[in-house]
Ligand binder design. Structure first.
Ligand SMILES: Nc1ncnc2c1ncn2[C@@H]1O[C@H](COP(=O)(O)OP(=O)(O)OP(=O)(O)O)[C@@H](O)[C@H]1O
Length: 675
């Protein structure tokens, strides 16, 4: 690509430039130019401030010449750290202005630092050609002879700002960080402040989507949830859901935007804004959720509700903390509200009766031609296991459903006992029933053999058969448009299939289904999760866990090391679909942190069929690139050698600039006045 444009940008060998006559300083400092250079900030031309610039696919190579031999300096400016460039309009001098955001030093709270470098070109067309070439490289557009004329149009983004998210600083942060960077990246935008709950949802239901290259949520995860559901409520949902969405984190949880624990709030924001400007887009799983009907007098509303989720379903401890800490008194604390809420809830720990069923991923693994393989006949292996169990003198399971009370920790258990046959109905799980399923730690589709799993207290039955639920034959929820059906799930009020499902019943402290790696900026709750891995990552904690272990679990979750917390009460499994049936009369259920009607709920991951595209990028790759540039090898020589050896460096000088570099102060001042 770069090779093609050699003739566009005349190539001068460095020797030629060095011998060229000295530059005239007047043009750059002419008073009254839009740049607004004041006499104090005028660039001072001196032989020591002459630069040669070279553009490659990956870097801008800046060489500073000196009249004293051996005093030349070089700077490699990775394009991956550049947010954009510009060429101020006439009558400003012919400048090439680069907006550079190198990552901060590796210490807590370090942020990208904004640096502006401005170079004076020989003529305006040259400065414009440089600017066009750099913009093309930043947007992965091939450089051609017409590059200057055929620059892709600037991206247009719709920014939706919730002024009340987090500590209520979203608009302030917009002005201070987001809008300046977006302008520097040559992005045009419309900013709308939401006025009420569901405002964003209504907006995205109505807007003309082709006008926008993306919708950016400047808020917490709640607004993202609204936007996704607004898109899914459109008649053209299939196309609408492909609209790139981005989140610039200004909420208190900021799970989707979370990248690194050590990032402070504004650091995270700057990193996300930078990635947004660079436009990396990744697919993101969407999970289809069916909840119980809202408790409403309206009979039409008495059908199960369908909604779409990008982050989590929580029941028990996690949803309690989330909802309780939303009170005004906690709000001002920002993300610390979750820490305080956790401590308060641990002090008064509750447990809830319920039944959790899930379908392990192996059941729906697709064959090479894309069709699901025939389901494995699990019943056979169950029978085998049951036969084995009948021959052993194992104790019978002792259900806790009778003697544990909701909203309180169960009393000390009597030793567990096990029974060989599965329960056929919820009532059969009583201790008096003789039909129990023996725990089967090694059944093929069970995750009981996962390292994190150990047989817990006697409070759970493991059941691959459907525990009969309510058999009312209510018609399934009618959807506004033909949104995709859940192919792995029957309607919520009908029993689950009798095979392929694992069911756990008993007292839970929490059930958390997460499809992203983070539950909050500092809760790395599913470290194995990837944006589009097509999996739901379930964590459930059973009653009986001590407060200390629970606290240890949450502390470990901050670093994502909680899978190594060894407790028989804690389990981590992955699945494609799950159903949760709370049996305690009261409790809270949240989807993406938003309260949903309390009652049975089921979910299925959309996989490739239902994926939104999120403006995000693996930030690690960017930092790795930087590490490579600043690798332990010191000195540019070694770096060049490394690049050449790795075939990454294409040294194609486009133009050796006769340029003036402003001092740090002058260029900063220029940029501030330019806004
Ligand atoms: N102008 C508004 N006034 C009141 N509520 C709003 C407004 N705009 C959006 N909302 C609602 O506020 C709720 C919380 O917003 P959001 O999730 O974005 O912030 P947060 O709760 O601080 O962040 P997080 O979800 O990351 O903890 C959402 O349910 C959203 O629907």
């Amino acid at each position: 690509m770069i090779g093609e444009c050699r003739w566009v940008f005349q190539c001068f060998p460095c020797r030629h430039w060095v011998s060229s006559p000295p530059l005239r300083p007047a043009a750059a400092s002419s008073p009254g130019s839009p740049g607004g250079f004041s006499p104090t900030t005028s660039p001072v031309l001196s032989p020591s401030s002459n630069y040669a610039l070279t553009l490659t696919h990956t870097h801008i190579h800046i060489q500073r010449f000196s009249s004293r031999p051996g005093k030349e300096t070089r700077l490699l400016l990775p394009l991956s750290e550049l947010v954009g460039c510009s060429c101020p309009l006439s009558p400003a001098p012919p400048l090439l202005v680069l907006y550079w955001y190198p990552p901060g030093k590796r210490r807590k709270g370090a942020s990208r630092r904004r640096q502006v470098k401005a170079f004076l070109a020989e003529s305006r067309p040259e400065a414009e050609r440089w600017s066009a070439a750099i913009q093309c490289l930043l947007r992965d557009v091939p450089i051609t002879a017409d590059t200057g004329d055929l620059l892709p149009r600037p991206r247009r983004l719709l920014l939706l700002v919730n002024p009340f998210s987090g500590k209520g600083q979203a608009m302030q942060w917009c002005q201070a960080y987001i809008l300046p960077m977006i302008k520097e990246a040559n992005i045009s935008y419309n900013l709308i402040q939401t006025e009420r709950r569901n405002h964003a949802r209504e907006l995205v239901r109505e807007i003309s989507l082709p006008e926008w290259d993306g919708i950016i949520i400047v808020s917490g995860d709640g607004l993202m949830h609204e936007v996704i559901n607004g898109l899914m409520e459109r008649p053209d949902w299939e196309k609408a859901i492909k609209t790139p969405l981005g989140i610039l984190p200004c909420g208190s949880g900021n799970a989707l935007a979370a990248v690194k624990k050590r990032d402070g709030a504004t650091t995270l924001l700057l990193n996300c804004c930078f990635l947004l400007c660079r436009g990396g887009i990744l697919p993101l799983d969407v999970v289809s959720i069916t909840t119980s009907p809202s408790p409403s007098k309206n009979s039409r509303a008495a059908a199960p509700r369908r909604l779409f989720s990008f982050l989590s379903v929580a029941w028990g401890f996690v949803s309690d903390v989330d909802i309780e800490s939303e009170r005004c008194v906690y709000r001002g604390l920002g993300s610390a509200r979750f820490t305080l809420g956790t401590l308060v809830r641990i002090a008064s720990l509750r447990s809830y009766k319920g039944r959790l069923s899930y379908m392990p991923p192996s059941v729906v693994a697709t064959s090479s031609n894309g069709t699901p393989p025939p389901r494995r006949p699990l019943t056979r292996s169950i029978t085998e296991v049951l036969d084995q169990n009948q021959n052993t003198s194992r104790p019978r399971p002792h259900s806790l459903l009778q003697h544990s009370s909701s909203h309180s920790l169960p009393p000390k258990m009597t030793p567990p006992s096990f029974s060989p046959t599965p329960p056929s109905s919820p009532s059969s799980s009583s201790p008096d029933s003789s039909s129990y399923l023996a725990p089967r730690p090694n059944t093929p589709n069970s995750t009981l053999n996962s390292p994190s799993f150990q047989m817990p207290s006697s409070s759970f039955n493991f059941d691959l058969n459907e525990p009969a639920g309510l058999k009312r034959n209510r018609p399934f929820v009618s959807l506004p448009f033909d949104v995709p059906r859940d192919d792995l799930l029957p309607p919520l009020d009908q029993p689950l299939p009798t095979r392929d499902w694992v069911t756990i019943e008993g007292d839970f402290v929490l059930v958390l289904a997460l499809y992203q790696s983070h539950l909050g900026a500092d809760l790395h709750a599913a470290p194995q999760a990837r944006f589009d891995d097509g999996l739901i990552h379930l964590t459930f904690v059973r009653a009986g866990i001590s407060r200390t272990t629970l606290l240890r679990l949450f502390f470990a979750m901050e670093k994502g090391t909680h899978h190594s917390v060894n407790s028989p009460y804690v389990s981590h499994v992955s699945c494609k679909a799950f159903r949760l049936q709370p049996l305690s009369p009261r409790g809270t259920l949240t989807v993406d942190g938003e309260l949903v009607p309390y009652g049975p709920l089921q979910a299925q991951v959309g996989g490739g069929a239902l994926a939104i595209y999120s403006y995000s990028q693996n930030i690690y790759s960017i930092s790795n690139q930087r590490n490579f540039v600043k690798s332990k090898e010191s000195g540019l020589k070694k770096y060049y050698r490394g690049l050449i050896e790795h075939n990454l460096w294409i040294f194609t000088p486009l133009k050796c600039y006769q340029a003036v570099m402003f001092t740090g102060n002058a260029s900063t001042c220029f940029m501030q006045e330019d806004y």
